[in-house]
Design a protein. Structure first.
Length: 393
């Protein structure tokens, strides 16, 4: 263990031992003060000899659990958990629960910390049982925190119905410090259920889940994307288009996700597609819209018109993907050495574009090639956005 940890534990144990000793002077004790001192200094010796397990055992034996030392026990257990030494944290917190001297509130705090230990260790069933016990006490100050952990457990286990129920029991004004964080999360739980139903062909149930998702969060772009997909599967292209058109108004960063879907909705209406993409290019300029619009121009007016459009657009906002699209057109109309050089340049740029991540989490910096609604690293919803700039969107 690092030297700083030794120092911290020594400083932590000193007041705990003093408090335990002072408290013990007022109560009948089986052990003498000298015996307590012997246990305490044995614990310090174990720390110095890099024997943390023995030090923790000695600490548990030598320092009584009293209202004066409870915080010290909790702090030690939490320190172990934060360092990834979950087994030791569990031992400290289980020791607290074995002591008859704690009142109901202190027992609840020990239950909460032990549940967090189990959660950190991946023992989700055991953690769930502890948190459910705490939730039953509607007057407890620990109820909201326990519900938050239950939502996390059900999310990780993909038990979306339970996650929605647990989240519905929470007070929205205390969730994550923001009033709408809980609603956003509940909407995603409903979207997960809708995707599950769609995969099984249960489109009526999927539609019901999406309606509930939009009740939780009326600005849920994911819900409207899925709803548009439902209409597409039923060949209701106009209804699907209505849903997709809502997406950039709700979350402009999600527009690239619906561009190909929108193109399919317009079928052979080239003018309608050009008009729609032109509006979006003015309002939400980006590489995705640029590429979609150049393809639409190419199909309607030819490759030369598309190349001129790309050239003018790239002068205003350069991007590697846009340049690749322009080179692709120019290669097809070149010959000899010029064609070979342009082709080589396009291949190099394409290789560079492939190795660049397209998305990044604004919360933790996690990078990905594809969109994740839930960040795999920090477990936050809707924080992964397209990377803006020369090399991406």
């Amino acid at each position: 263990m690092p030297e700083l940890l030794y120092i911290f534990l020594v400083l932590l144990l000193v007041p705990a031992w003093i408090a335990g000793r002072a408290y013990g002077l007022r109560l009948p004790r089986k052990e003498s003060t000298s015996e307590l001192a012997r246990h305490y200094f044995h614990g310090i010796n174990f720390l110095l000899n890099e024997q943390p397990d023995q030090a923790i055992d000695t600490f548990i034996r030598s320092v009584d659990v009293t209202p004066h030392t409870l915080e010290t026990h909790l702090t030690l257990g939490n320190l172990m958990r934060q360092r990834g030494e979950v087994d030791r944290a569990i031992r400290v917190h289980q020791n607290l629960l074995s002591r008859p001297s704690l009142n109901q509130q202190q027992i609840g705090q020990a239950h909460l910390e032990l549940g967090r230990d189990f959660l950190k260790a991946g023992l989700l069933d055991r953690a769930e049982r502890l948190f459910l016990d705490l939730v039953e006490d509607t007057a407890s100050d620990l109820r909201q925190e326990s519900l938050r952990h239950l939502v996390q457990i059900y999310r990780d286990e993909q038990e979306w119905e339970k996650a929605i129920r647990a989240a519905s029991m929470m007070q929205k004004n205390v969730f994550g410090g923001a009033n709408n964080s809980l609603a956003i999360e509940q909407a995603h739980f409903c979207c997960e259920l809708a995707e599950r139903c769609m995969a099984k062909g249960g489109y009526l149930d999927a539609r019901r889940h999406l309606k509930v998702a939009l009740q939780f969060n009326k600005n849920s772009a994911r819900a409207n994307i899925l709803w548009g997909d439902l209409e597409m599967s039923a060949h209701n292209f106009q209804e699907a288009l209505k849903r997709y058109r809502l997406v950039p108004h709700q979350e402009p960063d999600r527009l690239p996700e619906v561009l190909e879907r929108v193109r399919c909705c317009y079928l052979d209406d080239k003018d309608g597609l050009l008009k729609q993409l032109g509006v979006w290019m003015e309002m939400y300029p980006g590489t995705g819209v640029l590429q979609a619009l150049s393809e639409a121009i190419c199909k309607k007016d030819g490759e030369e018109a598309a190349a001129l459009f790309l050239g003018e657009s790239l002068q205003k906002k350069p991007s590697i993907k846009g340049l690749i699209a322009l080179l692709d057109i120019r290669v097809r109309h070149s010959q000899g050495m010029v064609r070979d050089n342009l082709s080589l340049l396009m291949d190099v740029l394409a290789s560079l574009a492939r190795i660049q991540p397209n998305y990044r989490c604004l919360q933790c910096g996690f990078k990905a090639a594809h969109l994740h609604w839930l960040c795999p690293q920090c477990q936050c919803w809707e924080t992964i956005k397209p990377i803006q700039g020369l090399e991406s969107e």
